[in-house]
Design a protein around this ligand. Structure first.
Ligand code: DC
Length: 227
């Protein structure tokens, strides 16, 4: 599998709501195809953390856009090394804190900040030689609509709440999880539609699939669609 489409472009775009299993599945699919991996949500989170840490008012759209534009941001594109830095400081763990999850929609719904991050995401995809799994909310539709493979990974609300809860080690109450998953998706989907598959995008429902089965299903789709 690692030699699949070597020397040719293989951009695998995966969108979906929070808790759909996108990140872990995308990372593993990248390993199997010896491709790079881009977590675009990490970039929205890094801008959010920076704004919170430096006192940028998240309601001030111009200020949020300016922060996104000037941010010294590094995101690893290796599926084997999760690393995000801002101004050289490691924020890999900090961007996953519930406080960031609770505020990140303010950045995600600031169109000027989106435009800047989309530009950086396209540059990272090009920098990886167009052999990459990129995941987020608008990869199949906006960032890489010409990707060889475009998948919308969905799961029932119940499965998504359970997965996000497990991911956070059972530290969150049901109400907190609902705020971080369901309410956040509702806010985010006012600017990007990641609930309905666009034309040409394959929907994969992982509600009844375990991790291995979901990876295998994505691999099958890639091999079928990009052959
Ligand atoms: O996938 P995640 O939970 O780490 O994403 C964090 C936030 O970033 C989420 O609230 C939606 C937003 N996001 C986005 O708007 N577009 C993307 N391509 C990726 C994430």
């Amino acid at each position: 599998m690692s030699g699949f489409r070597l020397g040719k472009s293989l951009v695998i775009a995966i969108d979906g709501p929070s808790g759909s299993g996108k990140s872990s599945v995308s990372r593993e699919v990248a390993r199997r195809f010896r491709a790079a991996y881009l977590d675009t949500g990490a970039m929205y989170r890094a801008v959010t953390l920076h704004c919170l840490a430096t006192g940028v008012d998240l309601e001030d759209r111009a200020a949020v856009e300016a922060a996104a534009r000037s941010l010294d941001l590094f995101v690893s594109t290796s599926p084997d090394r999760e690393s995000v830095t801002v101004d050289g400081a490691d924020v890999t763990a900090a961007i996953r804190e519930p406080g960031v999850s609770a505020s990140v929609s303010a950045v995600a719904t600031t169109l000027g900040a989106r435009a800047e991050l989309i530009r950086r995401q396209r540059a990272l995809i090009a920098g990886a030689g167009h052999r990459i799994v990129a995941e987020g909310r608008d990869i199949t539709t906006v960032v890489a609509p010409d990707a060889e493979v475009r998948i919308l990974l969905t799961a029932s609300e119940e499965a998504r709440l359970r997965r996000r809860g497990d991911q956070l080690g059972g530290t969150q109450s049901e109400a907190q999880l609902k705020r971080q998953v369901t309410d956040r998706d509702a806010r985010d989907s006012t600017v990007v539609d990641f609930r309905q598959a666009a034309d040409g995008v394959v929907t994969l429902d992982s509600s009844d699939l375990d991790f291995e089965q979901t990876v295998a299903a994505v691999v099958r789709i890639v091999r079928t669609v990009a052959n």
